[in-house]
Each structure stands twice: as C-alpha cells, then as structure tokens.
Design a protein around this ligand. Structure first.
Ligand SMILES: Cc1cc2nc3c(=O)[nH]c(=O)nc-3n(C[C@H](O)[C@H](O)[C@H](O)COP(=O)(O)OP(=O)(O)OC[C@H]3O[C@@H](n4cnc5c(N)ncnc54)[C@H](O)[C@@H]3O)c2cc1C
Length: 1009
C-alpha cells in the first residue's frame, strides 16, 4: 500500500497533467486584466494604486472624472521604467481624448469584473449556469451587494435572495445530477447566503441580538428552499461574525421545522486557529441533531483584513501567520470531515492542487465514494483545475457571484488580491511556474523546515513580529489592547461585572485630602441616566474650607514630590495602569451605569486611561534628564524641566476615566501635586481613580480628591494664589472663564498660571462626490450618534456635495433608523441616554430650534420613555448661519448641509468658531491632499470616523474656540506641566577645557537640601 504522501503526489501530478492541457488564461500575457495582474505582481505600491483605482472607477459619473482620477493615481507612478512610461502614456492619452479613454477604461474594468461575476441578475446568470451544466459543473449562487447600512437595505436583500431562489428553481427544474449517484445529498439549486447582508446592526458582543433579528429573516428563505428542494449555505465572513454565524446555524437548524432537513451547510475557515475546535463542536452538534448537514472547508478570504485589524486593536491574531500553517490545518480539517462522513457532507473549497489531492487521497484511503463529497471553486478562477477534476470523475461546483459592478467591487478586489498574492497557489503555479514537486510538498514538512531555519519565514510572518516593548524610552510604544467583545469569555466577564456593580449601588465615597478620608454634611447622589431613580453612589461634597485645605496640603507636599525621582513617578503611573487593567471589566460596568456608556465605548475609555499612564511615563523618561544643548568646548549648557507647582485638574464626565486620569497622570509624573475634581456626574468613577492611585502608592497630599460644585470650589481654586496650573477639559463657557480668570495675578502668587484648556467642537465631515458610501454612511452615523453624540470630537455637521446628495441622504436616513437606542447594559445598544436632566432639556430645546430653522428629516421613534433618552435626529436643509449649524449641542443631533463643490464645502467646514475634529470621505488623491492642507481642525480624519483618538497615535486637541492648542496623548503634552530651565557653566580654566562633555547630567536635578 502506498503512503498517503505518495498517493497525494500521484494524484497531484495527474491533475497537473490534465491542467497543462488547458493552461490558465487569467495568467497569460494578453488583455487588460492580464496586464493589470502582471503590473501588480511586479510592484506592491503600484498594485495598491491600481486596485484603489479599480475600486473607485465604477462610482465615477463622467469621463472627465475618470481621467482626473487616473491622473491623480498614476501621474507620478514609479516602479520599473517601462511600467512608469506605460502608465504615463496612458494618462497623457486620457487627457487628450477623455471621451474615448473614460468609457474604454470603464469597459475594461467591467470586462475584468465580468471574469469573476457570473451575471448581473438572475436571468443573466442562467446563461453561465447552463454552460457549466454542459461541462458537468454545478453551481452555488451568491448575491453581491453593497455593505448593508440599514434595515431597509437588508429587507431588500432578503427579498432578492428569495427572488433568486425562485428563479433558479424554476429555470433548473428538469436538471439532473451530473454524477447520477448520491444525488440526494447535493440538490441542484444551491444558494450561498451572507448573514451580514441580512442584519445591519450585528454586534459581535451580542450574538443573541443578532440571532433574534436574523432568524425571522432567514426562516421564509429556508422554508421556501426546503419546498423547492434547494440547498442553503451560510458563507463565513470576518472573524468578528464567526461565532454569531455558528450560533445562528446551530440555533435555527435545531428548530423543530428544520431539524430533519439535511440541505443546510456552513463554512469552516482553516486559516483560523480555533477552526478545529469549532468544527469538532459543530460535528458533535450535528450528531446530537441526528440529521446530515454540510461543511464547505476553505482557507479564508480575509487574511489581510484580520491581520491588520488585530494589530490595530492589539488583539491576538485569530489567523495563522504562515501560509503552510493554513494549508496544514486545511488538511487536518479535511481528515476530520471525511472521518465523520456519516453525519457531514464535505465540500472542499480550494484551488490548491495539493489541498485537493490530499482530500482525494484521504477519501480514497477511507473508501468514500467520489460522489459523496464535492470540490467547490470560484467562478472565473482555476478553470483548468475544474475541468481536470470533472475528467477525473469528481463532483465539482462553482461559486457564482451575481450582481452589478458597483456592489461587486469589494468582491472583485478580494479576487485580485488573491490572484496576485505572494503566498497564493494560483500565482505560484500559473505565473511563476513553481515546480510541481514544490507545489505538492507536504505543508507540515515546510513548517518543520521553517522552524529549523532552513527556509526563510514568510513575508507575512516578518511583518507581524512586534517590536521590542518595555520601559526603555526608545522601545516602541504599544497601546493597551481593546477588549475583544466578540469572544464569549469577555462577554461573560462583562455581564458578571455588571451584575457585581449593581450590588455596589448606593455606595458612599469621601473626599481625600492629605491621605485622609473626609466626610462632610452634604452628600450628593450620582444617578444612572438610563434609570434616574437608581442611585449609583453618594459622594461627600466639599465646600470652600475643604478646598482651602486641599490647596494647602498640595502646596506642602510639593517640595518633596518635586524632588522624587522621575523614575519613581513613572513607576507610580505604571502601577496605576496595571490596576486599571486588572479592574477593567468592573470599571467598564461602572461607566455603563454612571454615565450611560455602551460597552465598547466604556472599554475604550479605560484603555485610553491605561495608555495615558504608560505613554506619559515613557515621555517623562525621555525628557526627565538634563540634556546638553550644544557641544561647545569650554562651556556646558544643560536644559531640563522643573514642575510648576500645584495643579488643579477639572475633568468632564464624558470620558470619565480617561480624561481625568490623563490630566492627573501628566501633572503627577512631571512632579506637580494635584487636586483632582471630577465632574459631579461621574464622581464615583473619579473616587475609584483616587482609590487606584492610593493602591498604587501615591504619597499623602500629592494627589487630593475633591468633589463639589464647579461654580463653588472650582471657581475658588482657579482664582487661588497657590494654584499654579489648571488643566481643564469641558465646556467653552467655563473654559473661557478659567482662561480669563487665571490671567489675573493675585497678591502672593508665585507663578503666572498656566492653563491647559480643551473645550468643544462643531465638527464637520465632508462627503466628496466619489466617496465610498458604504464607509461614509456607517462612519458618519457612528461619529454622530456613538455615545449619544456626547464627545467633543463627535460629528455634528455633515457636508455633502450636491452631486451625490440624494443617494447619501437616502442611505443616511435608513442607517439612522436602524441604530439601536436603549439601555447600554445591552451590548448591542449604540445610543444610550444623555448624561442628566439638564442636558436632556437643553437638547430638546435644540430640537425645537432645529425644527423651526430646518427640515426634520429623521427622528427615532422608539426610545425608552423613562431615563434621559434623546431620539437620534437628523436635520436637512441646514445652512451655515443657522444656530444648529453653529452651536455645540452635545447630543445625538446631526445637521446635513448641501454644498455645490469642494470649495464651498471647505468654507462651510472652516466657518465656525471651533477647530477640533474634521473628516473627509473621498477617493480622489488630489482632494484628499487639499483637505489635509486646508481643513481647520486639530485632528483631521480621512475616510474614517472622526472620533476615537488613540494615545500616541492621534495626539488629541484643537484650536480656535476648541482649546489652547495642546495635544493630549502627544509627544509635547507634558511640556505644558513644566517650566524649562537651562544651567550654563564655564568649565574652562585658563583655556583648558575638558575634552568630552556628557550628553546628560543628572546631578542638579534633585539637590540635597
Ligand atoms: C467555492 C469557494 C467558496 C468560498 N467561500 C468562502 C467563505 O465563505 N468565506 C471565506 O472566508 N472564504 C471562502 N473561500 C475561500 C477564499 O475565498 C479563498 O478562495 C481561499 O482561501 C484561497 O485558498 P486556496 O486553497 O484556493 O489557495 P491557496 O493559495 O493555497 O491559499 C491562499 C489562502 O491561504 C491563506 N493565507 C495566505 N497567506 C497566509 C499567511 N501568510 N499565513 C497563513 N495563511 C495565509 C489565506 O486564507 C489565503 O486565501 C471560498 C473559496 C471557494 C473556492
């Protein structure tokens, strides 16, 4: 008996021989697509530009626009000389005869897309399916679509699926099974369904909510499929949707109505590390259910997305990082499937001859008939392999996407990436002519050799290795990872924390002055804005005497704290970061209750607080040591920094942990002593931060916690002669008052007061005529309504070019109508309550103003009656002079302003008192450059939401009436808390000077008294 490996090789060679009789035309040298592929494979940068151009092309209205974009993308293309010349010639030609080249290009791209898209509509696709039938190739049809952004769009989608099903069943009613054997396992009509197309609000943290919305949409489709004798497959998408898809599959097919129906299938992605556990679990489920089901095994289509997404969020990467690891796992799962053939019908979705040959050989070894499983391949790819498999007597099904070019763009780009991937089988075989021996090599063997260092690691692995971390100032900075709520264990931890936190309701917190816990006669309550009769906690209220005492002890503690080494101060911050991380879920739960933050927003706030601690510690290590200014013989000049003195930190409730912790940490690490005053609305969170600092070892008096009315104790301390620095984040009104008041010098005052002042915004995003609306709509909704629009960075003016105004509005209103409003204890809630009754009333007033000034285009209807819930609202017909376009509302209210062109859009965006954040959605490189240069905002975001700044990556803060120009979480933020000082010494004696001057001198930092 031959070994499995030699059996695989023998089968692999047979496939290659059959393939070589009909080589793959996609990789030949002729034609537009083939040229595009060749260019892309030669130069990665060019590939990026080419694919971006292909992506925008279908959405461009006129030939002139096409030519403009062509020029912007490729006018200075580099790469090999030949390539550049070719592209430049193309651009020149396009400029001279745009009416020819625009349509010609569009035609070429359409033709290219048609290679991968089997038809525009159900009728159109039948032509292809009939041809394939003649070749003994079956089909599964997939509906291409735009990313759905609203429930209206998902309803349309569900209706299209039903239509497609009816039409396929009707057209193929007399078709028979190509193999004529075991046909009961493989219905002719096979539909592939994507769950993300059926519910626009899937939140990975809440599979139950997704299932509750998806199941009713799926049942009619499944019912009809069953009546028609068709097969339904659930495709698998990104990792975030994986658990929901699996749960949905198991839930719905266990229902009475469907539990004895065998024609349901799901996809397993072998590139996922947890795919084996999932598949085992699925097989167990199938056995318990007692009816056959099907699994399509693939490697997975979202490798680049998953790797970059997990890196951005600091998550463990869910996919294998070496290509042979995915290949080897594909083989492991192939064996698992075939070993369980009695309950599961397998479909192997691969173009890789090694993967295919392995499945064939293993099935043979187990004695499974060729007609009991199938190979599935994509339309437009690996034609010769399909033909070879048919010739060998195997069952072959083609995955046929149906739809228009514009909605099909992301599918097309995925295929282009796959075909040009350095790691891909098709490129290796058909473009690079890798030897048969190498193509059929055992992936486990390759992995073993990689590990022994015989083969270089793949590019991907190299890119994924993280840089050294640690406390060294030169180590690259790594942000705290966000909690991945797609993982069930994190969902459970959060639910448990919410339950636990409820038990703490009604707790009492004291003031902390000089390490002493102080209770006063006045206690005030902090309530849950979702249910205002629930009291989260009571806090002792400070009056003027406590404020006086706090200033005095902070003053007294300053002398010692300023002499404490910066290293000790940095370590204090790092201990705080550790505690925040340890208590993460508890703190998130507290935020849900005290300020109404949805789960992910609360988690983002705690992550940001951690980042502030670790980032400022690192910055302080960089700037803490006295540093030589210039190397001059005979003279030494060292610049270094002294703390300013007593810092008063006044923080808002909207980022109750991050902003408070950020300002306090910056003040402490630089050697100032601090009085922290949290917002009255988030005082329990503030007291918890105090507790954390104490646990981390902050000395008595160095950090003092005062809770009280801003108008009383805040005002008193701002004006105090012994306060040297005020770090404030909050409203414009209070900020300007502080700015002015702090400018007056009081008798006995030592320092000119420094004010670090961050205020509001009236932030605008511009939607260009060529913007990708799938992204622009989703990101606008998130930026405007996330955390109820109560972020200073939130979007409040959407500026839309008239060219695509109608389409934007149609999709925007639909998307707004689908956003979930409710109590943020539920993980899928996006919009919770506003902070308190005063805010609630103020925003309601603005809604009235909006109604009198503009057109109320959308207002949510079903919002909870109890609690401070404001319905998300959109006004259209807004002009720049209206109050709702000028004044900060700080609630879920969006004004849409229509403009003629980009010039007007920029004028409108810049025409406010504020300059905090701004955004732009566009695929025109020239327009993007313009916005980068001209948009007046401290933080400009292109093609992404305008909220969610990350410490170190997006230093945050604005100018004009948005703030004093400081950047929290930026390189130079700590300078605001310091006084720079230079010490110069003439070290020459009679012309004799030391040869070398050290770069750093630490001696005079902490003089002995
Ligand atoms: C009929 C059909 C249906 C499909 N349905 C789905 C679906 O529902 N969901 C889905 O996600 N995919 C699906 N795919 C899979 C996907 O679209 C790709 O076609 C498939 O992954 C390519 O694998 P291959 O075996 O043909 O090629 P190969 O060239 O052997 O493998 C390429 C694959 O290897 C993996 N890979 C690439 N680089 C690395 C690396 N550095 N480290 C680790 N792994 C790496 C990636 O998954 C990549 O796609 C389907 C494929 C087919 C044929």
């Amino acid at each position: 008996m031959r070994s499995l490996q030699s059996e695989i090789e023998q089968r692999g060679r047979q496939i290659f021989e059959l393939v070589d009789n009909h080589p793959e035309s996609l990789f030949s040298k002729a034609g537009f697509y083939q040229r595009l592929m060749a260019l892309s494979m030669r130069d990665e940068r060019l590939k990026l530009q080419l694919f971006r151009f292909v992506d925008v092309l279908p959405s461009l209205g006129s030939s002139g626009e096409i030519v403009e974009h062509l020029q912007e993308y490729f006018a200075d293309a580099n790469g090999s000389q030949k390539v550049s010349e070719l592209l430049r010639a193309g651009v020149r030609l396009a400029r001279i005869v745009p009416w020819i080249s625009g349509p010609v290009l569009r035609w070429n791209v359409s033709e290219m897309a048609r290679q991968f898209i089997a038809g525009r509509n159900p009728n159109d696709v039948m032509r292809t399916l009939r041809k394939r039938r003649a070749q003994k190739i079956g089909f599964t049809v997939d509906l291409l679509g735009e990313a759905v952004v609203s429930e209206t769009e998902t309803d349309e989608y569900a209706a299209r699926y039903l239509d497609l099903l009816e039409s396929l069943a009707h057209e193929t009613k007399d078709w028979t099974d190509p193999l004529g054997k075991n046909s009961e396992l493989f219905p002719v009509v096979n539909l592939s369904v994507k769950i993300s197309a059926l519910y626009s609000q899937i939140n990975p943290a809440d599979p139950a909510d997704a299932i509750a919305h998806l199941a009713p949409k799926l049942r009619p489709l499944l019912r009809r499929a069953r009546e028609l004798g068709a097969f339904i497959n659930f495709d698998m998408e990104s990792y975030a949707h994986k658990n929901t898809t699996l749960e949905l599959f198991k839930t719905i097919f266990a229902e009475e109505e469907f539990r004895d129906w065998p024609h349901a299938g799901i996809v397993t992605q072998a590139y996922l590390r947890d795919s084996e556990a999932d598949l085992r679990n699925l097989i167990e489920w199938g056995r318990a259910r007692g009816t056959r089901f099907a699994v399509r095994l693939v490697k997975g289509a979202y490798w680049d997305y998953e790797t970059s997404k997990s890196r951005q969020n600091g998550w463990d990467c869910p996919v294998y990082l070496q290509k042979p690891a995915s290949d080897a796992n594909f083989e492991t799962l192939t064996r698992l499937l075939l070993e369980n053939e009695s309950i599961v019908t397998s479909a192997f979705g691969s173009h890789n001859v090694r993967s295919i040959a392995h499945a064939q050989a293993f099935a043979e070894e187990l004695g499974i008939d060729r007609s009991r499983f199938e190979f599935q391949l994509l339309y437009g790819m690996a034609g010769p392999i399909k033909r070879a498999l048919v010739e060998m007597g195997y069952r072959v099904r083609e995955y046929c996407p149906v739809g228009e070019l514009l909605p099909g763009m992301s599918y097309l780009v995925r295929r282009l990436l796959e075909n040009t991937s350095n790691e891909g089988f098709l490129r290796a075989k058909f473009s690079e002519n890798v030897s048969v021996e190498d193509l059929l090599r055992d992936p486990c063997e390759i992995l073993r050799r990689n590990r022994n260092g015989v083969l270089p690691p793949s590019n991907a692995t190299k890119n994924m290795t993280t840089t050294t971390s640690g406390t060294h100032p030169d180590a690259s900075y790594e942000n705290a990872p966000l909690t991945n709520f797609a993982l069930p264990e994190n969902q459970e931890k959060m639910r448990a924390a919410l339950r636990e936190q409820r038990k703490q309701f009604g707790c009492k917190v004291p003031l902390t002055i000089n390490g002493e816990k102080i209770w006063t006669d006045n206690m005030f309550s902090s309530v849950n804005p979702s249910e205002p009769d629930q009291i989260v906690g009571y806090a002792a209220e400070a009056g003027i005497p406590e404020a006086e005492r706090a200033v005095a002890v902070a003053r007294a503690a300053f002398e010692k704290w300023r002499r404490t080494s910066f290293e000790q101060r940095c370590q204090l911050l790092e201990r705080v970061a550790e505690i925040l991380d340890r208590r993460r879920f508890e703190l998130c739960a507290l935020e849900v209750f005290e300020v109404g933050k949805p789960w992910a927003q609360a988690d983002g706030d705690i992550a940001e607080a951690i980042d502030f601690c670790t980032f400022y510690a690192r910055q302080m290590r960089r700037m803490g040591r006295p540093r030589l200014t210039q190397n001059v013989p005979g003279e030494e000049s060292y610049q270094h920094y002294w703390p300013r003195g007593v810092a008063l930190v006044i923080a808002p409730w909207n980022f109750p942990m991050a902003i408070l912790c950020g300002m306090v940490s910056a003040a402490l690490v630089t050697g100032n002593t601090v009085i922290m005053k949290p917002s009255e609305q988030s005082v329990i969170i503030g007291a918890t931060l105090m507790e954390i600092y104490e646990e981390a070892g902050v000395p008595p008096g160095v950090l003092n916690f005062l809770n009280g009315k801003g108008s009383v104790i805040g005002a008193h301390m701002v004006d105090h002669k012994d306060v040297d620095l005020i770090a404030f984040t909050g409203s414009r009104e209070v900020g300007l008052w502080i700015w002015e008041t702090a400018g007056k010098t009081r008798e006995g005052q030592r320092e000119l007061k420094r004010v670090i002042c961050e205020m509001g915004g009236k932030n605008a995003m511009i939607v260009d005529s060529d913007a990708d609306l799938d992204e622009a709509i989703v990101d606008s909704i998130y930026s405007a309504f996330g955390f109820q629009g109560q972020k200073c960075s939130a979007l409040s003016r959407l500026i839309v070019l008239e060219e695509n105004y109608n389409r934007v509005i149609e999709r925007l209103l639909g998307a707004a109508g689908s956003v979930r409003v409710g109590n943020p204890e539920e993980p899928s809630v996006v919009v919770g309550p506003v902070i308190d009754e005063a805010a609630y009333r103020r925003i309601l007033d603005y809604l009235e103003i909006g109604k009198s000034e503009a057109t109320l285009a959308y207002q949510a209807k079903d919002v909870p009656q109890h609690g401070y819930f404001i319905p998300p609202t959109i006004f259209t017909g807004v002009t720049p002079d209206m109050r709702i376009a000028r004044e900060e509302i700080f609630g879920p209210v969006l004004s849409v302003i229509k403009v003629r062109d980009l010039d007007e859009a920029i004028d409108v965006a810049n025409g406010t008192d504020y300059a905090l954040t701004g955004g732009f959605f566009s695929r025109s490189p020239a327009n993007i450059e313009r916005i980068k240069a001209q948009l007046e905002a401290g933080n400009v975001y292109i093609n992404r939401p305008c909220t969610g700044a990350i410490v170190g990556r997006h230093p945050f803060g604005g100018f004009k009436m948005s703030g004093g120009g400081t950047k929290a979480g930026g390189e130079d933020y700590l300078l605001n808390f310091l006084i720079p000082r230079v010490v110069t010494e003439n070290v020459a004696r009679h012309g004799m000077a030391p040869e070398k001057t050290p770069e750093y001198r630490d001696e005079f930092l902490w003089p002995k008294k």
